[in-house]
Design a protein around this ligand. Structure first.
Ligand code: SF4
Length: 66
């Protein structure tokens, strides 16, 4: 399977309800968490599984290539 390209996530803060689902499902090591208890948006994700985007109940996570 080809290696995925790193991504940077964005969260629509007005829509986020701080449910924590994105953090709970994230396979990154502990610490890939933002000060807002969401997945980190300040550094690239090199796994890029995008599970956080899929699980977000308000569909407010998006990404772009890092
Ligand atoms: S899953 Fe979506 S609504 Fe829940 S904390 Fe993460 S960004 Fe916010």
């Amino acid at each position: 399977m080809p290696k995925k390209e790193p991504v940077i996530f964005f969260i629509g803060w007005n829509a986020c309800i701080n449910c924590g689902a994105c953090v709970a499902i994230c396979p990154q090591e502990a610490g890939f968490i933002s000060p807002f208890d969401t997945i980190a948006v300040d550094r690239p994700c090199d796994i890029a599984c995008l599970l956080c985007e899929d699980i977000c109940p308000v569909s407010t996570i998006t990404h772009k290539p890092a």
